[in-house]
Design a protein around this ligand. Structure first.
Ligand code: ADP
Length: 309
């Protein structure tokens, strides 16, 4: 682990990685990267690399875990053994179990779980490379994987952390700020501003806490915009038509297609066909075929004879 820096913010208000205090790290998103998942997303946030996959809704086994009136959102947060500097032990840990639980709950107010009683919606997030803020990055990726899977949701969920270094609040902690900072406050919220995850490490005064919430809200608003753009670039050209209108449009379209085909057939009849285009009647072509095959047989026989000679 690198040593504690003397200062995290310089006299111009710039952090060690060149960001201002209220700036998030650059985010790169690719939706629909896994063909076997119902929905998926690959997300890079600074040096974090996260893969999220969604499976379902599907029947939950064992059945005793089924919820009779709603779906169960089963969220898994996992760090790959190679995701950190020193290899970490594969499999669940206390940390990953806790993160999985609270992150799953962060989606409860938005996913329309009442549509799928007895079902499970599996949300799997894998941290391929970790560099502080992995639980928030995983939530941002999971939201897009859920949307990609077509899971009905009231809106998106975004997450980011606020921390405190050099006595100042900073948005989206980098690794040294996370390691040596005075506070770490990961937050997830819905587009309506409802907080769905809030954890805290370290100390903040009540005023700082209030200001931190405001800062997190601004961070999440930026992330919603990035998520929206990612969804638009993947699905933006798909026309959204209300069901009733769609049925009407489909029947109109099929009439159009039939009419178009009819026109083509008519045009074909009218066109003058050249001799080459005139197709021989089937019977004749059959006899031709048989002639041809006889010819071939003869040729083969001839060749056989030749071989013998
Ligand atoms: P988050 O990644 O959500 O900020 P933490 O604050 O617990 O969660 O972890 C901060 C960072 O510390 C992680 O992003 C990761 O880079 C590193 N880290 C976490 N757990 C381990 C571990 N078991 N071994 C090595 N590094 C870890």
């Amino acid at each position: 682990m690198s040593e504690k820096p003397e200062h995290f913010i310089d006299e111009n208000g710039i952090r060690l990685d060149g960001r201002r205090v209220d700036e998030i790290r650059p985010m790169k998103i690719e939706i629909g990267v896994l063909s076997r998942a119902d929905g998926s997303c690959y997300l890079e946030w600074g040096n974090n690399k996260i893969l999220a996959a969604v499976y379902g809704p599907r029947e939950l086994h064992p059945r005793r875990l089924q919820r009779p009136n709603e779906a169960f959102v089963r969220y898994r947060y996992n760090m790959a053994a190679f995701s950190v500097e020193d290899r970490i032990r594969p499999g669940p840990s206390r940390r990953s179990t806790e993160i999985s639980k609270v992150s799953g709950e962060a989606f409860e107010p938005v996913i329309m779980i009442q549509y799928y009683p007895g079902a499970v919606i599996d949300v799997m997030t894998e941290v391929l490379q970790a560099d502080a803020g992995t639980r928030t990055a995983a939530i941002n990726a999971a939201t897009l994987a859920l949307a990609d899977a077509g899971i009905p949701m009231k809106g998106l969920v975004a997450a980011c952390a606020v921390g405190k270094v050099d006595g100042q609040l900073v948005l989206d902690l980098n690794k040294p700020e996370d390691n040596y900072g005075d506070a770490d406050l990961p937050i997830a919220m819905t587009q309506d501003g409802e907080i769905t995850l809030l954890q805290m490490d370290g100390h903040l005064t009540p005023e700082e806490f209030k200001a931190a919430l405001e800062m997190a809200k601004k961070g999440c608003e930026q992330i919603f915009e990035i998520q929206r753009e990612a969804l638009m670039s993947r699905y933006g050209d798909i026309e959204v038509v209300p069901v009733a209108e769609k049925e009407e449009k489909d029947s109109e379209e099929s009439v159009d297609v039939l009419e178009e085909q009819g026109e083509k057939v008519e045009n074909l009849d009218e066109e003058e066909l050249t001799d080459e285009e005139i197709v021989e009647p089937e019977a004749e072509s059959d006899s031709e075929d048989s002639e041809e095959s006889t010819t071939n047989a003869e040729t083969e026989e001839d060749e056989g004879e030749k071989d013998e000679q």
